[in-house]
Design a protein around this ligand. Structure first.
Ligand code: DX5
Ligand code: ZN
Length: 221
């Protein structure tokens, strides 16, 4: 297994102090900053866009920013996020009319590209695009809100996608997003994930560093 990635979702951060919050989780050992973009159209919530991504870069945040697009359509906003300093951009295949084109657009913009699968979205979308993926993100909750419970069926889906990745020979991260906690991260890792988004579990904790360390310990147990 490659070095596991811990990616705190800033959806659960204190938005009034976003720069400090991101600095704090990076100082606490986080690897990526998970940046949830919601449009009140593809998902029933509205969050942040490229200006906030740019503001984090201007604030001095150097860690990879993992932009999770929950928007429809997706293509128009991709160059804006690349320009704003995004490192990884993922989108939901059913939100794009032309999946191959959107993936290519992300890479052409200089970012790593990924597809995101909702709990009930079939993984057959992967069949013809494995060579264009840097990340596959499996949602373990329905997208739109932080603080929901992990859907256990995700474990089987993770195992399926893990073997697809291993058999493909491509270097693709398997990321999981939703309801990831200190006490379930071990079984999620055992199912094949190697990048872990956690919002409420980290930002609602008193001690970010202790929480991230406990997560890492349980991943490798
Ligand atoms: C949900 C978002 C997640 C969310 C995770 O639509 O994509 O990133 O913030 O939050 P927790 O870890 O609280 O489930
Ligand atoms: Zn997310």
């Amino acid at each position: 297994m490659r070095k596991p990635i811990i990616a705190p979702s800033i959806l659960s951060a204190d938005f009034a102090r976003l720069g400090e919050e991101v600095e704090a989780v990076i100082a606490a050992g986080a690897d990526w900053v998970h940046f949830d973009v919601m449009d009140n159209h593809y998902v029933p919530n509205l969050t942040i866009g490229p200006m906030v991504c740019k503001a984090l870069r201007n604030h001095g945040i150097e860690a990879p920013i993992d932009v999770h697009l929950m928007v429809k359509p997706v293509d128009r906003i991709i160059p804006d996020f690349a320009e704003a300093g995004a490192s990884i951009i993922t989108f939901h295949p059913e939100a794009s009319e032309h999946i191959d084109r959107s993936l290519q657009l992300i890479r052409d913009s200089g970012c790593q590209a990924g597809l995101v699968f909702n709990p009930a979205t079939p993984i057959h979308y992967l069949e013809h695009v494995m060579d264009k993926l840097d990340v596959i993100l499996l949602m373990s909750v329905n997208p739109g809100f932080g603080g929901q419970s992990f859907i256990p069926q995700t474990l089987n889906k993770l195992k399926q996608v893990r073997s697809l990745i291993d058999n493909s020979g491509y270097d693709i991260r398997l990321e999981v997003d939703g309801g990831v906690k200190v006490d379930n991260i071990g079984e999620i890792a055992a199912a094949g994930a190697d990048a872990f988004v956690a919002g409420s579990a980290i930002f609602n904790a008193e001690d970010y560093q202790a929480t991230i360390e406990s997560m890492r310990q349980n991943i490798t147990k």
